[in-house]
Write a protein that binds this ligand. Structure first.
Ligand code: ADP
Ligand code: MG
Length: 303
């Protein structure tokens, strides 16, 4: 009863316990996740690898509050998502999570600056401040000179930086990136990765899905998925074996409570399609059509 913790040293950002997600596809159940337990602490830097179809995106959608588990318990910011209404979930997501996708999901006819400012619209922040914060964030990702460009006037690497700026503009404590370098050439991918790492060094937890072993090796912790399960987790005490060099939790990860330094204001999100979007298919025009579903009351778990 006397445990009144300060918010700064609150619960881990995300705690998944025996989480499952079964899709219902024309009456057939597809068990995409079959009991996954995973904690993402503030300041973590973890990579998720695994064959296509192993459940990585499904897990990312759950961790990001874009979808809900069909079994198990998922706490985001210490709150049980099963107990939240769709608007409460959207707000929690907006404050806690930033999302970056392989295919950027920027609004095509909108300038970089307005793409980045968009999540702030849903926070009730005035135009002037939105534009100022967006400019600051674009400068942060090295795009001060591209503010007024639209996506089709930018390279893939630049577009991904805009997407990262958008994900960060409201100051999330966790950045979830699903194959963020998947559409980029190696050099450009490396620079995007370096950006994610510098954000992590400032205290933002980064969870990324990748097919690239070298990319995964740079994270402080590696998780391998197979058939809807985590089959390896380098943070497990005995998992040292096949782990890539330099990995392992011991590596100066700013673990525990180092949230500070998170950029800008409140929380965030961005580019996330509203909940209920099929895990495998978020790409398509979904985001453009539905807008950067930043904060709208998302449609609840998969319909
Ligand atoms: P990964 O990202 O590792 O490639 P996914 O999480 O996208 O894997 O998919 C895991 C499994 O769930 C696959 O068998 C996939 O076909 C299935 N799946 C993903 N999304 C849906 C959906 N919306 N409806 C039905 N099955 C899905
Ligand atoms: Mg995927």
């Amino acid at each position: 009863m006397t445990t009144s913790r300060s918010t700064a040293a609150g619960p881990p950002a995300i705690v998944a316990t025996d989480v499952s997600r079964t899709y219902d596809l024309d009456g057939v159940s597809v068990p995409a996740l079959r009991g996954v337990s995973l904690t993402v602490a503030d300041g973590d830097y973890l990579a998720i690898v695994g064959a296509s179809g192993s459940g990585k995106s499904t897990l990312m959608h759950l961790l990001g509050g874009l979808d809900r588990p069909t079994g198990g318990t998922l706490l985001i910011g210490g709150r049980d998502v099963a107990k939240l209404s769709p608007p409460e979930m959207a707000l929690l997501r907006n404050k806690t999570i930033g999302f970056v996708f392989q295919s950027f999901h920027l609004l095509a006819r909108t300038t970089a600056r307005d793409n980045v400012a968009l999540p702030l619209v849903y926070r009730g922040i005035g135009r002037r401040e939105r534009r100022a914060r967006a400019a600051e964030m674009l400068a942060r990702v090295g795009l001060a000179h591209r503010m007024d460009h639209r996506p089709n006037q930018m390279s893939g690497g630049e577009q991904q930086r805009v997407a990262i700026a958008r994900a960060l503009v409201t100051g999330p404590s966790v950045l979830l990136a699903d194959e963020p370098t998947g559409n980029l050439d190696t050099t450009t991918g490396q620079s995007v990765l370096a950006l994610l790492e510098s954000l992590n060094a400032e205290g933002v937890a980064v969870v990324l899905v990748t097919h690239d072993r070298d990319v995964a090796a740079r994270a402080h912790r590696q998780i391998v998925m197979r058939d809807g399960l985590i089959v390896e987790d380098s943070s497990a005490p005995t998992a040292a074996a096949g782990a890539p060099a330099g990995s392992g939790p011991a590596v100066a990860a700013p673990a525990d409570g180092v949230v500070a330094g998170a950029p800008a204001g409140g929380g965030v999100v961005a580019g996330a399609p509203a909940a209920g979007a099929p895990a495998g298919g978020v790409a398509a025009g979904g985001v453009a059509a539905g807008g950067v579903a930043v904060d709208g009351p998302a449609g609840g778990g998969g319909a």
